[in-house]
Design a binder for this molecule. Structure first.
Ligand SMILES: [Mn+2]
Length: 321
């Protein structure tokens, strides 16, 4: 729920200030980018000075989103009065430069249950499927016009965060919002095709090589895959192309923990861990100097791959006892 008073405060801040910085979270996906760019679109139309920042830049699979070309990976920390942070549960998700921005007025707009309320104005609704759904509601309440560009941006974010309306976060409100965005002209088929049927051939070849390394252990409860630097070279791909590959071992029936061992240097591996339901793997990653959430975490380890794997598996087996 967004209170009328919150909407009023937001409108006042948008009206009274001229220079805005919009921040989206690291490892960006369509929800954070759609949210950022819909604010950009609106504030630009008002004649404001607006910059949009992402510490990692925009990955190629979401460059179809309108205005995505204006997002910068570097900027000066002094040329704005208000920072609008979208889809970031805490300031460390905004990249290492955030500390320099924090002196200005900060508006925090997010839907993560774990949000640390780091803003001067916090608009946080964990009941929203996506930050883009929250912004839809916010724009409606604030009387901010929803045009075709904003509709397309917001629908892309909602589609992505709900897994195309399949995840448990999808509510009747989500569908009502999507329905109106489609009525405004957003093309659901177009957006879905750009999101899901737009992979490079290299990525598929890389996926084939990764899946060839699939191993199951602990009676099929642990699944692991490996990704080497050679595989990137052989398929002419980069780290960006391996996004989401851990979802494949995780999707196997009976698997509760999935692990991806990605070679990042000589005897150096980045380990991604995913778990289902109530299996907590964040402290396993923390034990190896990393971190994350209950069902998604990671760490970096050094040593021979066989040794690294043994150490990680030992901890997971212990957890599954
Ligand atoms: Mn989100």
């Amino acid at each position: 729920m967004i209170r009328a008073e919150t909407v009023k405060k937001l409108k006042n801040l948008l009206r009274a200030n001229q220079r805005f910085l919009i921040l989206s979270h690291v490892n960006p996906e369509p929800d954070t980018i759609g949210a950022a760019l819909s604010f950009y679109h609106y504030l630009k139309a008002l004649g404001k000075q607006v910059s949009v920042y992402n510490a990692d830049g925009v990955p190629s699979f979401i460059r179809f989103m309108p205005h995505s070309e204006i997002i910068k990976t570097t900027l000066s920390a002094t040329n704005f009065d208000v920072a609008i942070c979208v889809d970031a549960g805490s300031t460390d998700m905004l990249g290492e430069h955030f500390a320099a921005f924090k002196k200005k007025i900060t508006i925090n707009i997010d839907h993560h249950r774990t949000n640390t309320m780091y803003g001067d104005l916090n608009i946080v609704d964990p009941g929203a499927s996506a930050t883009c759904e929250l912004i839809y509601t916010l724009f409606k309440k604030a009387g901010i016009p929803l045009d075709l560009t904003v509709a397309a941006l917001l629908l892309a974010g909602i589609i992505y965060d709900t897994g195309s309306f399949r995840y448990r976060n999808t509510t009747s409100k989500t569908l009502k919002a999507a329905s109106e965005l489609i009525e405004l002209g957003a093309e659901i088929g177009d957006i879905s095709e750009k999101l899901y049927e737009n992979q490079s051939l290299g990525r598929l070849k890389l996926l084939k090589m990764v899946l060839d390394t699939l191993e199951l252990s602990s009676d099929g409860r642990i699944a692991s895959v490996e990704l080497t630097r050679f595989m990137y070279a052989a398929t002419k791909t980069t780290k960006e192309d391996s996004e989401g590959m851990i979802d494949y071992p995780k999707s196997i029936n009976g698997v509760v923990v999935a692990v991806l061992f990605r070679e990042v240097g000589q005897d150096k591996y980045k380990i991604s861990l995913r778990s289902k339901r109530n299996v907590n793997i964040s402290d396993i990653a923390e034990g190896f100097g990393g971190g994350g959430h209950k069902n998604a975490a990671g760490c970096t380890m050094e040593g021979l791959l066989s040794e690294v794997k043994n150490r990680v598996f030992a901890k997971i087996v212990e957890r599954l006892k």
